[in-house]
Ligand binder design. Structure first.
Ligand code: ATP
Ligand code: MG
Length: 238
């Protein structure tokens, strides 16, 4: 596995989403490359989560197209982690095992992979604890373990650190980095500039449903191409 080599690039071709006549996303065209950590940036309400859901296939655009290089439809090997993960009322390990079961992994392989995933995120000590009583940071790491166990080619993450304290957030960030290092393409939304500076290889900046900047993070942070990009970097867009 090599960060989406089998399925990417993902191409957004004039993607739009209108709900009740209101444009939530408008005319978004972009290529999401393999290999990199792609961050979708923008202020609250810009349309980041909506764009991520469209990429993952949870929402269908009302205009334009989403195309995978794989050609024959959506790849199986994709996963998504949400800001507030939803856990089953079962043990931590049972939550991971359930996801593997849905992916067709059974028997000993399922247990072995669930345990390995918990170990990789540092939760092996609490595998048997009820998932619902875990702290926010632990639940987010469990959500990452659940996604990582599937060994996806691409992982979509929607503000995975937004409701966490700085220590828990750094822990989640390190885990996302480890998932990337192990061969998974990362596409993540955030409105956290500091995290984007640390983490992004390439960025898409969304503002009021439109794509206003798209390119390498180094170029964006050194020299944003638009007034909106400049304002975002200076913290003037809320
Ligand atoms: N199903 C829907 N019906 C109506 N409006 C919606 C729907 N989904 C999203 N919106 C609106 O679309 C806009 C973009 O929402 P979205 O959640 O994508 O923003 P975001 O960039 O992820 O914001 P945040 O940083 O707060 O998470 C918001 O104004 C939101 O209220
Ligand atoms: Mg959002």
């Amino acid at each position: 596995m090599n960060q989406g080599i089998d399925i990417l690039p993902l191409t957004l071709d004039r993607v739009g989403l209108a709900i009740a006549g209101h444009a939530i996303l408008d005319d978004v065209s972009a290529t999401i490359p393999r290999g990199t950590r792609t961050l979708i940036l923008g202020p609250n309400g810009a349309g980041k989560s909506t764009l991520l859901r469209i990429c993952h296939g949870l929402l269908a655009p009302t205009a334009g197209q989403v195309r995978w290089a794989a050609g024959n439809g959506r790849p199986r090997a994709q996963a998504m982690v949400f800001q507030r993960p939803v856990m089953l009322r079962r043990s931590a390990i049972a939550n991971v095992a359930y996801a593997l079961d849905l992916a067709g992994v059974r028997g000993d392989a399922r247990t072995t992979r669930a345990r390995a995933a918990l170990r990789r995120v540092g939760l092996d000590g609490i595998a048997g604890r009820s998932a619902r009583v875990l702290s926010g940071g632990e639940q987010q790491r469990l959500a990452l373990a659940r996604a990582w166990a599937l060994e996806p080619s691409i992982l979509f993450l929607d503000e995975p650190t937004a409701s966490l304290d700085p220590t828990a957030a750094r822990n989640v960030e390190a885990t996302v980095q480890a998932i990337h290092d192990a061969g998974t393409k990362i596409v993540m939304t955030t409105h956290n500039l500091a995290m984007a500076r640390r983490f992004a290889d390439d960025i898409l900046l969304i503002h009021e449903g439109r794509l206003v900047e798209h390119g390498s993070a180094a170029a964006f942070f050194a020299r944003p191409a638009t007034p909106i990009g400049r304002a975002f970097i200076e913290g003037e867009l809320s």
